[in-house]
Design a binder for this molecule. Sequence first.
Ligand code: ATP
Length: 354
Amino acid sequence: MATVEYKGIGKSFGAVNILRDVSFRIEDRQFVVLLGPSGCGKTTLLRMTAGLESVSEGDLSINGKRVNDVHPRDRDIAMVFQNYALYPTMKVYENISFSLEVAKMPVAEIKQRVERAAEILNLTPYLQRYPKQLSGGQRQRVAMGRAMVREPSVFLFDEPLSNLDAKLRAHMRTEIRQLHNRLKTTTIYVTHDQVEAMTMADVIVVMRAGKIEQIGSPDDVYDRPASKYVADFIGASAINFLPGTAASGAGVPAVDTASGRILLEEGSGVKPGQRVVLGLRPTDVTVAADGAIGARAVLLERLGHDAQLFCEGPDGRFVAVVDKGLRFEEGSEVRFAIPPSKVHVFDAETEARI
Ligand code: ATP
């Protein structure tokens, strides 16, 4: 069993306030991803959880016990760092077993734990090698093995895949997620990569400038982003934003933008005359002769399976994911349709979802 709870957590370095009023709870066995751009405070929150940074304000609890002042060693957590932090002069076996040896665990049990971790992580053939004789992915697995053998209640990962190339990163993220499916150890994983967050998390905590912007499942944050910021951050291709004004007198709710009148879902909550920003995902719009939105086609970028059509509209750049066989004349107008249920509406002032 391992739950982690943050209550009113704040952090300052000197006079600079880094985290403000962070409150949420991580349930046993959950895989939680802290997601946000560089500098938003996610690593600091992770390091506080590990006990590597002090807590300036609030209560941090693990398994219901306040741990603000508990030594890192006594928190029953294990952290995997971005740079792996392997000992270069030790072989893989020693790298993995080191913390157990320091803890004076009986040799036979150490051997059993290291061999089991090596088997799960496909490291058995490499136990007698030095880190420099391994690939990046293998080194990453050694770092994970070192955390695993301690059999902690909570795993903490700090951007563990950022030093790997794109292909290996994709491979390792499925490995880490499969490992979690197998071990079910409560996990907190820090990344600025929304793809990692979407593919690995049970719950995503989206952070912005030291505060939580939204907490939800990958589907929640993708389908119902709480703010323009979240809509912009989540999604493989950047969302289009169109400013507009809610139409008055229309039968169904609609927003007038410079690109056209866009219909919203029944009961969408906009008030006539309200200034809003619409978010339209490139994957949700389709090319249609009678579509509501018009923009001039500029460039088709083939992605293999499909393509992105870059357009210039009255509201600036507009991007749509289209069939790669689409024929168009550069500079000609293309029209796009979008189902009302796929239109995200944000208040122009507060940028919160309406
Ligand atoms: P990244 O992905 O770049 O690591 P992050 O979201 O994890 O970003 P943090 O590393 O938590 O962000 O840093 C948050 C802010 O706190 C940054 O502005 C950083 O400069 C500052 N900061 C971090 N550690 C310290 C420190 N020891 N002393 C002073 N400021 C710090």
